[in-house]
Design a protein around this ligand. Structure first.
Ligand SMILES: C[S@@+](CC[C@H](N)C(=O)[O-])C[C@H]1O[C@@H](n2cnc3c(N)ncnc32)[C@H](O)[C@@H]1O
Ligand code: SF4
Length: 449
């Protein structure tokens, strides 16, 4: 890819973890709407459950997540009580007791919860849902605070996947992002997880951080591959200080430019593939034995708010402040302020702040965008036929792709849009051609690469 093209496409586009994307949610969808949608679910619908824990004990300057710094356990415990109350409200609104196949604890840092609270949480969930025997129970884990005893408690609670935040192993970078985490800590925690039968390990790495260099990225691949994670996420640092004011602590002059970001991303990607990892979408990698690698092969990969996933459940019930869920009828998001969230819950109302109902055209566009993001390849007529949308309405979007075709990013072959391998880092741009809401009164996004 030439420098000119890298500069030309250094644009800001959504990450498409949903369609429509969250800036288009509105408050016509509220707790009463969500309650109605839950009640209409087919009792046989498989569920996915997401729990958001918006607490950490120290702020990493790069962080784009919704989290708060707390030094005492009391607010965390109060929040957990509200969250378990929300579980009752949601379970009461379902047509019947339903089965969950996939549980994900994200944040913030779910490991801010005390080890002894995990059993009570899981007992509560088992009292309101049937958990499938092979349910995946995944937790995002901050290795800096984990102990072997804590991990033993996660094991006892049934956790079987851990996503470990790493970002960078380089002390100078760690200092600039306010996240000191020696390699030995990460290695030790992974050893404890495996010793306690939590053998599905994801690692989060980043490029585009202050002071990062190509040499460091090479070292990052070597150190990471030595730990043999099942999945790796390689996130481009999204610098959005207008939304996350603590990111102002990161000096813009220390950040790599578009060309350097491109080089870091492509070199790291190539080296991970050389080491046997399979490319998943634009920012994930899977060990060839991992079900995610098989999902890529079988075109069964999905994308949701947690990124790329093998989760196929048509409904995700999301609990906690700011959490976003989806049902066949549309998306819902809970209140962000902790106070508004717990007030709603304790007054017996589902704490939905906003959302969006979707129609067949949205479903068709969502399918087109998801297939591009996951398979780099979509048949527009098949998508319109399957989801009942208007195929003719997609014609104007194909026209938007012509400059990308000219620049060797994608190709159009009749009804089929295909992202070329060298265009893979730009799949968000290709997907954005089919976004009917883009440009209508939303915030600024992060860079495409
Ligand atoms: C909730 S954190 C992971 C769990 C835990 N809190 C930790 O940091 O170890 C989710 C991941 O999002 C990624 N992330 C956070 N802020 C980001 C940003 N501004 N740009 C890109 N990726 C980001 C990081 O890789 C981080 O590990
Ligand atoms: S990266 Fe993780 S630990 Fe750091 S502030 Fe964000 S959520 Fe907390």
């Amino acid at each position: 890819m030439t420098t000119d093209l890298i500069q030309k496409y250094d644009l800001r586009v959504p990450r498409y973890t949903s369609y429509p994307t969250s800036p288009h949610f509105n408050d016509t969808v509220d707790g009463a709407t969500y309650k109605g949608w839950l009640g209409e679910l087919d009792p046989k619908t498989e569920l996915s459950l997401y729990f958001h824990i918006p607490f950490c004990d120290e702020m990493c300057w790069f962080c784009g997540c919704y989290t708060k710094i707390v030094k005492r356990y009391e607010p965390v415990k109060d929040y957990l009580d509200a969250l378990l109350t929300e579980v009752d409200l949601v379970a009461d609104a379902l047509p019947t007791r339903m089965t969950a196949k996939h549980l994900h604890w994200g944040g913030g840092s779910p490991t801010m919860l005390k080890g002894e609270d995990w059993m009570a949480i899981m007992d509560k969930l088992r009292s309101r849902f049937d958990l499938a025997d092979d349910a995946e129970i995944a937790v995002e884990l901050d290795p800096r605070t984990a102990t072997e005893e804590y991990i033993a408690q996660l094991e006892k609670a049934g956790v079987n996947r851990a996503s470990i935040g790493v970002q960078s192993y380089e002390p100078k970078v760690q200092e600039a992002i306010n996240r000191i985490q020696p390699y030995e800590t990460t290695k030790e925690v992974i050893g404890w997880l495996r010793a306690h039968s939590i053998t599905r390990i994801n690692m989060d790495l980043m490029y585009g951080l202050p002071h990062q260099t190509l040499e460091e990225m090479d070292d990052m691949v070597d150190k990471t591959v030595a730990l043999q994670p099942n999945r790796i996420a390689l996130f481009g640092y999204a610098h959005v200080p207008w939304m996350k004011s603590h990111q102002k602590m990161i000096h813009e002059e220390d950040l790599p430019d578009a060309q350097a970001r491109w080089d870091q991303f492509t070199r790291t990607t190539d080296r991970l593939v050389e080491q046997g990892y399979v490319k998943v979408g634009f920012d994930h990698f899977a060990h060839p034995d991992d079900p995610m690698a098989q999902a890529v092969e079988n075109k069964e990969l999905h994308r949701n708010f947690q990124g790329y996933t093998t989760d196929t459940a048509p409904a995700m019930l999301a609990f906690g402040a700011s959490a976003i869920g989806y049902l066949p009828q549309g998306y819902v998001q809970n209140h962000l302020p902790l106070k508004a969230y717990s007030q709603a819950v304790y007054s017996g109302v589902l704490p939905t702040a906003k959302g969006i109902a979707i129609d067949d055209n949205d479903r068709t566009r969502r399918e087109v965008i998801e297939r591009i993001m996951c398979d780099l390849n979509v048949d527009l007529s098949s998508a319109a036929e399957e989801f009942g949308g208007d195929r003719a309405a997609l014609e104007k979007d194909i026209e938007k792709l012509l400059p990308l075709v000219e620049d060797g990013i994608c190709e159009i072959d009749g009804d089929r849009v295909r992202v070329l391998e060298q265009g893979r880092p730009f799949i968000r741009l290709v997907a954005s051609a089919f976004d009917d809401y883009l440009g209508s009164g939303e915030g600024r996004h992060s860079r495409a690469v």
